[in-house]
Design a binder for this molecule. Sequence first.
Ligand code: IMP
Length: 204
Amino acid sequence: MPALVKLFLTSSNPGKLKEYRFLADTAANSVSIELALLPEFESLPAFEENAPTFAENAAGKALHYSRLQEGLVFADDSGLVVPALGGAPGVHSARYAGVHAANSERIEKLLREMLDKRGQDRAAYFVCATALARKGRALAVVTDRVDGEILESPRGAGGFGYDPVFYFPALKKTFAELLPEEKNLHSHRGKAFRKLLAALSSML
Ligand code: IMP
């Protein structure tokens, strides 16, 4: 019988919970993961994600909430990096076009900024940092990425965020054209989370 481990996700977003549950259920692992949203997440003192790196934001968030919640606390931070734009949108991916902007506005801004970029200058990657903490101690922080390129116009109806303009050459599709199983297999989030689970199982 695999060991059963409960993780509290530092989010109030049921969509994120669903995605991580799917990843946990499909990962070949000796640990069986029970994932739950951190109780009362919205009413706890918030963690400001202002660090310059994904890893610092994820680790900082996991540490912060692990001082407020018993047990194992899990956090992530992710975003899109375009080297030809000096790393933008980067850690500002979610608020690239302003805090209240829609996905379509973020994509429009990105495509505008990239109008003069050709060939290798359209290279981009998604990054996901995941972190696990307990009682103010970091147990693991892992980061992974997936490489692709930014198209000149959106394609596909699935996924979220920048997926419609992120072309993944290995499957010749944008992330918005992938089946959820395909995206989970190849995505920055899937890869980082599986690494974190492997780190967790080596600690048990
Ligand atoms: P956070 O990790 O919840 O802070 O989200 C970071 C932001 O990065 C999201 O709002 C998206 O704009 C972008 N992002 C992160 N991962 C993905 C992805 O898999 N597809 C598309 N956009 C993503």
